[in-house]
Structure formats: structure tokens, C-alpha cells
Write a protein that binds this ligand. Structure first.
Ligand code: K2U
Ligand code: ZN
Length: 173
């Protein structure tokens, strides 16, 4: 089912998430709901804290045209990052309609547990590398605006507070 996406500022978006000990029915349902929510947004990534669940689970599908490649990563960890940086105009489903150019390592090696409980390892490049780093940041309570200067970050936070006041008045959140 589609779940509500938390909007910044929200304390749950700043808290570090708990590791997942085992793949339970609840985790399988959560991963499925997160993928459904991500596609509907639409987005190319989503982290569990964005739907209010403080667990170390992210989903991604960065394929634009071609058969979808949904991925669910439990307890993802970056074990290597390239010196080389790539910049990307990032957005965030928890900070709607705000974009900023963010530089990150252009490729990263990530280890994780998949939904069958098997350990996986892969080197991500391009948009997948940007996305997986953006999502793992969410698990550590870090948002892309935390890489901006204090004034730009405060301006975006003020805009989100106004948006949340308007949503509360219109009763649609
Ligand atoms: O985590 C999220 O909020 C979903 C993010 C993931 C993402 C952000 C920046 C760069 C790559 C991935 C996005 O809002 S998903 C929306 C989107 C779609 C296409 C390209 C960039 C962002
Ligand atoms: Zn995000």
C-alpha cells in the first residue's frame, strides 16, 4: 500500500535508523510498500525513515527507460568510494520542489543484505551511485540540504515549514 512520505522538518528524518536483524514478513511488506510509494511519487529511491519507519532499509530503481530494476537493500554500507566526484541536481521526496547541486563520489562499493537474506556487494556508478549515497544518508539522519550553507538550508527549511502549515490548513497531509 502507498504510505505517507514525511516532509522536512521532522525529527524522524534526523534520527539514525536501527539495523535490521532478520528478513521478517513485516520487512517484506515494508519493502513492497516502499517500492509502490516510490513509483507513485514518482521517485528513483526511498528510505524507510521517509515513511516513518526507523529501520535501515532503502529501495531504488534508477532505470529511466527500459524494464524496471527494483532493488531493496537492508543494512547497506559503503565500503569504498572513488576519489573522483560527480555533481548532480538533487531533490528529495521529503523536501518537495527544492533542488541543489550536490557533489558526491562518482562510484561507490556497497554491501547489503537482500530480501532473501543473502549478502550482496556491488559497485554503483552514475545516477545509481548518487541515489544509493542519498538513500544511505537518510538512514543516518542526513538530508541533501545538510551539504548546503546555513543560509540556503534555512531558506529551504522555512519554505517547508510554510508548506506544512498550508497542508495542515487544507487538511491534506
Ligand atoms: O530519497 C529520496 O527522497 C528520493 C530521491 C532520490 C534521489 C535524489 C537525488 C538524486 C538521485 C536520487 C529523489 O527525490 S527521487 C526523484 C528524482 C527522480 C529522478 C532524478 C532525481 C531525483
Ligand atoms: Zn531524499
Amino acid at each position: 500500500m502507498i504510505r505517507d512520505i514525511l516532509i522536512h522538518p521532522d525529527p524522524r528524518l534526523k534520527k539514525p535508523c536501527e539495523p535490521i536483524a532478520a528478513v521478517t514478513a513485516e520487512i517484506l511488506t515494508l519493502a513492497s510498500d516502499m517500492l509502490e510509494t516510490m513509483y507513485e511519487a514518482p521517485g528513483i529511491g526511498l528510505a524507510a525513515p521517509q515513511v516513518g519507519v526507523m529501520k535501515r532499509l532503502i529501495v531504488m530503481d534508477c532505470i529511466k527507460d527500459g524494464p524496471p530494476e527494483p532493488m531493496a537493500l537492508l543494512n547497506p554500507q559503503v565500503t569504498w568510494a572513488s576519489e573522483d566526484l560527480a555533481s548532480y541536481e538533487e531533490g528529495c521526496l521529503s523536501i518537495p520542489d527544492q533542488y541543489a547541486e550536490i557533489k558526491r563520489p562518482s562510484s561507490v562499493k556497497v554491501t547489503w543484505m537482500d530480501l532473501t537474506g543473502a549478502l550482496q556487494e556491488r559497485i554503483f556508478e552514475g545516477l545509481w551511485a548518487t541515489c544509493v549515497q542519498h538513500e544511505i544518508d537518510h538512514l543516518d539522519g542526513k538530508l541533501f540540504i545538510d551539504y548546503l550553507g546555513p543560509l540556503k538550508r534555512q531558506m529551504i527549511t522555512r519554505k517547508m515549514e510554510k508548506l506544512k502549515r498550508e497542508l495542515a490548513r487544507s487538511g491534506s497531509n
